[in-house]
Design a protein around this ligand. Structure first.
Ligand code: DC
Length: 226
């Protein structure tokens, strides 16, 4: 990283899914006028692309080969719609959120070569006036010199409750027991993988959002940033 990039402030927000990272990161980016990196969306887009290419997801070389034709395009959202993601000429924003994509993304995210291949495109998001980077290893691996590092968590039950609410709004019903189990399985895979596991950076501030609103979390982070 050169010194010009080092002077562009980055706030990293890492933690498990359902902790509220996405909403918090969007709100911070809007209030500070910063760029936004949703790194999970990059892993999800890579998963959609690997599935489209019918690659064997367990085979690191087969997944890597799909990167030669992986050209995702991210369009910043606005107050009505979130970030839009395109693969070639197709808008895949809705495909990113389904459970199959989430599960394949989690699997390919455990492959070291995949993580290495996606490093540069994530670091390219660091542009003036600043960046909010949302993910699992933003503070530990991708932006180790970030100005402020947050590790945002919430209990598995609370995260399952939030996910169930989101799914209900989309007309999808599932049991809380199944959701909690899926969340715990994904957490275990993300936390125990040998490459860039989901852990708080030594210099991160941990915030538990179980009993906090998005606004309360955002104002805590802004307080730490100023
Ligand atoms: O945040 P998300 O649910 O959209 O992430 C999708 C998957 O990608 C999830 O299993 C964790 C993985 N991921 C990762 O390993 N590193 C990141 N920086 C972001 C996401």
């Amino acid at each position: 990283m050169n010194s010009a990039e080092q002077s562009i402030p980055v706030i990293t927000i890492d933690g498990p899914s359902g902790a509220g990272k996405g909403s918090v990161a969007q709100s911070l980016a809007r209030q500070l006028g910063f760029h936004l990196l949703d790194s999970g969306a990059i892993y999800r887009a890579a998963a959609v692309h690997a599935l489209n290419c019918q690659a064997d997801i367990e085979d690191q070389n087969a997944v890597l080969a799909t990167f030669e034709t992986f050209r995702p395009r991210f369009e910043p959202g606005n107050s009505d719609i979130g970030v839009q993601v395109w693969l070639d000429e197709k808008n895949i924003t809705n495909d990113l959120r389904n459970e199959e994509t989430a599960s394949v993304a989690s699997k390919i995210a455990s492959l070291q070569a995949v993580r290495q291949a996606l490093l540069g495109s994530q670091r390219d998001f660091q542009r003036p006036p600043g960046l909010i980077a949302d993910g699992r290893d933003m503070g530990t691996v991708v932006f180790p010199d970030a100005k402020l590092k947050i590790f945002l968590t919430a209990s598995a039950e609370e995260r399952a409750r939030r996910r169930s609410k989101q799914l209900k709004e989309k007309g999808i019903t599932t049991t809380m027991q199944r959701l909690t189990q899926e969340i715990q399985e994904r957490d275990t895979r993300d936390m125990t993988r040998s490459h860039a596991p989901m852990v708080a950076a030594d210099d991160a501030i941990t915030i538990d959002s179980s009993t906090l609103s998005i606004e309360q979390v955002v104002s805590k982070i802004l307080g730490e940033f100023e």
